[in-house]
Design a protein around this ligand. Structure first.
Ligand code: P1T
Length: 390
């Protein structure tokens, strides 16, 4: 096994850890970059003896470097990487058994809702969906058999904020675990473990990779026992990423701090500009003082990312807006260096029933922006010309 470099780096700054954590020069050649160990198996010198690696579903040095890197960025002890964000969440679910109850924020990525509501619930695990921006609503949903509370903060796409320390207190008092999907914030802006969460989950596909060229997921935990159970499940269920994808993310996280500072700056500037546009009825962005939870967001986040959601008033207005962009691209996903625009009701959140969507404000007029790190004046000019057609 490679020596564990994670703990050596925990007192270094975020940018230094982004570049170095989990990695060391290749022991055989000195190559400064972690090699892509593109292999399915490892030769054993004799029966009963191996070099720490037997089979690549279980261990891969490129993957281990990535897991050390991502754990360090979240300020956590253990990282486990997966083939997608949903594979990470699916493996987290396998900690639980028939008869257990899970509380989930009502506004989560549509695929997460679909996994819970159409797949995991068939296995005898019961779900309650609540507005997790209210800690009282979380408390009221807890039952004696509640084992996990799972929230996104900020939520996709309505930008609701969960008070992580307050939620952790009520969840722990009930003997349950708190998991936070930190995909929208990124570890640069928010570190849920330090705020009291037990598990952090990411769609690595988004800000962590940041270049829209792979799909991946990660879980980060501090607790050794939870880590051991998840490590067993990672191997037993097998939803692991390939080494090439791990290498792409290792390359990407080296610039996470630089990219996120740029996303934060562009996001704030564009959100402010959008509030002045008469064709935009409402702007959902936690960095604006008009966001109902702005103070809470400012307390637990250091920046507010490039994700902005707006209400255009109707499906027709939303259609004209997303069809009219030239630098932004109409696509699902988020968090890349290039700007994307999307229509959650028909794309990312189509698997949520319309009634449930409308109840949380996710109407057909909602448009979601993932502001990239292009020149912000070009992005604003693009949105301006697209809005002119609305
Ligand atoms: O797509 P995948 O890597 O499996 O991750 C799922 C996922 C989990 N959590 C959040 C908050 C997400 O946003 C996602 C994926 N979201 C999109 C594809 C999207 O466009 O919103």
């Amino acid at each position: 096994m490679l020596p564990d470099h994670r703990n050596d780096t925990q007192n270094l700054g975020f940018g230094t850890r982004a570049i170095h954590a989990g990695q060391r020069p290749d022991p055989t050649t000195g190559a400064i970059m972690t090699p892509v160990y593109q292999t399915s198996t490892y030769v054993q010198p004799e029966l009963g003896r191996h070099l720490g690696y037997e089979y690549a579903r279980t261990h891969n040095p490129t993957r281990e470097a990535l897991e050390g890197n991502l754990a360090s960025l979240e300020g956590g002890k253990h990282g486990l990487s997966f083939a997608s964000g949903l594979a990470a969440t699916d493996t987290l679910m396998k900690l639980f058994s028939a008869g257990d109850h899970i509380v989930c924020g009502e506004n989560v990525y549509g695929g997460t809702y679909r996994l819970f509501n159409q797949v995991i619930s068939r296995m005898g695990i019961e779900f309650s969906f609540v507005d997790s921006s209210s800690v009282d609503a979380i408390r009221a949903a807890l039952r004696p058999n509640t084992k996990l509370v799972h929230v996104e903060t900020p939520t996709n796409p309505m930008m609701g904020i969960t008070d992580i320390p307050a939620a952790a207190e009520v969840v722990h008092a009930a003997g349950a675990l708190l998991s936070v999907d930190n995909t929208f914030a990124s570890p640069y802006n928010q570190q849920p473990l330090a705020l009291g969460a037990d598990v952090v989950m990411h769609s690595v596909t988004k800000y962590l990779n940041g270049h829209s060229d792979m799909v991946g997921g990660v879980l980060v935990v501090n607790d050794d026992e939870i880590h051991e159970r998840l490590r067993f499940l990672q191997n037993a269920a097998g939803g692991v990423p390939g080494p090439w994808d791990c290498w792409l993310v290792l390359r990407s996280t080296k610039t996470l701090h630089v990219r996120m500072a740029a996303h934060n700056a562009n996001g704030l500037r564009i959100a402010q500009w959008l509030t002045e546009q008469p064709k935009i009825e409402k702007v959902y962005y936690p960095g604006l003082p008009s966001h109902p939870q702005h103070e809470l967001a400012a307390r637990q986040m250091r920046g507010f990312t490039g994700m902005i959601t707006v209400e255009t008033g109707s499906l027709e207005a939303a259609r004209k807006f997303v069809n009219g962009v030239r630098i932004f691209s109409l696509a699902e996903s988020l968090g890349g260096v290039e700007s994307l625009i999307g229509h959650p009701a028909s794309q990312t959140h189509a698997s949520i029933p319309a009634e449930r969507r409308n109840a949380m404000g996710l109407t057909d007029g909602i448009v979601r922006l993932s502001c990239g790190i292009e020149d912000v004046d070009d992005l604003i000019a693009d949105l301006e010309q697209a809005l002119a057609a609305v």
